[in-house]
Design a protein around this ligand. Structure first.
Ligand code: PMV
Length: 328
């Protein structure tokens, strides 16, 4: 049997990855650190079939758009048995391409399913290196909980590692879904433009080195207030790179700014909560689970209950062995 099904969860960076130093090997400019979330995930089945004349790729029950299909096929080229095409079916439990890192869970699940479908059982470290070739943030989605991606200097040395796989000290994230449509500037293009034109880029490298060390201390101390403060500061500095690029751009829209203001205001009234944003307009709130109800009560009138999604720390990539879970 040449078939396997994998499930991987998204992650949200607390110290962001924003820039590559090698676009082919997908080596990042800096280290980064994230939390894997239980609520958003991708399930992917891969079946290699020597009788196929081309890859057949289904995403969310429809044939993949040509650009996406090409990206998946190029990724499969890294692992496929010589000349053997695959059937791929993938379902996202993530609003696609809205800064909720669907590519992280997607390529982590694809890396695992494509390996397992061949009877290969690479270590999680090896899977992390492979997932990296599909999407940078996928490197971290192989692992659960709090995860660090070592930038490294070549294929071997660039992989993720868990800092704490089972996060049980109350850290939670709430996604405010403001806009789930496709983002205008993909992360690949956005970061490339920033590395090439943002005058703050050299300073960003120093910021990340500092933030990585400070974040690890805050995690060791289980200090959620400090984790949130560092994550918010780091996110704002990442987005400042975009504003300072030439031409400048932003992922924020009016609703994003309004949500940021709401969270800042809530914190000023004494509730410990912070925000982070990625390559899209949605806002993620970082807080201690004991404040969840207070925060939900404060945000519901403004955003509506169905736009607020509570996520807890989630697991690493897993194999689904029940035939009923197969998407092929
Ligand atoms: O690897 P990509 O293309 O998913 O880029 C991810 C970039 C950010 O989400 C903005 C930051 C991060 O570290 O996940």
């Amino acid at each position: 049997m040449m078939k396997a099904t994998a499930r991987a969860h998204t992650n949200i960076a607390l110290v962001k990855y924003w820039g590559k130093k090698d676009p082919t090997l997908m080596l990042p400019q800096t280290d980064s650190l994230s939390l894997t979330l239980d609520r958003f995930y991708t399930t992917t089945s891969v079946e290699f079939d020597p009788t196929l004349a081309a890859d057949q790729i289904q995403i969310d029950q429809a044939p993949a758009a040509p650009k996406l299909a090409q990206r998946v096929s190029q990724f499969l080229d890294l692992v496929r048995p010589q000349g053997c095409f695959a059937r791929v079916a993938s379902v996202n439990n993530v609003p696609m391409a809205a800064g909720l890192a669907s590519s992280a869970s997607a390529f982590a699940a694809l890396a695992a399913a494509a390996s397992w479908a061949q009877g290969l059982h690479p270590s999680h470290t090896e899977l992390s290196r492979l997932a990296r070739r599909g999407s940078g943030s996928a490197t971290r989605s192989i692992f659960g909980g709090l995860v660090e991606w070592h930038a490294g200097h070549d294929d071997q040395s660039s992989f993720a590692e868990p800092i704490q796989e089972h996060v049980d000290f109350g850290l939670e994230m709430l996604a405010i879904l403001l806009d789930t449509r496709q983002k205008k500037i993909g992360s690949r293009r956005g970061m490339q433009h920033v590395v090439a034109t943002s005058p703050y880029y050299p300073t960003w490298r120093e910021v990340v080195a500092h933030d990585m060390a400070a974040m690890k201390l805050a995690i060791a101390a289980q200090d959620i207030d400090q984790i949130g403060h560092l994550a918010q500061t780091n996110a704002l500095r990442m987005h400042a790179l975009n504003l300072a690029a030439d031409p400048g751009f932003t992922y924020f829209n009016a609703a994003t700014l309004k949500a940021m203001e709401t969270i800042d205001h809530l914190r000023e009234t004494g509730v410990s909560c912070y925000y982070t944003m990625d390559a899209g307009p949605n806002v993620k709130v970082i807080y201690d689970r004991r404040d969840r109800e207070t925060i939900l009560t404060a945000l519901t009138p403004q955003f509506g209950a169905d736009h607020l999604v509570v996520a807890k720390p989630g697991p690493g990539v897993e194999e689904l062995t029940d035939e009923r879970d197969s998407l092929i």
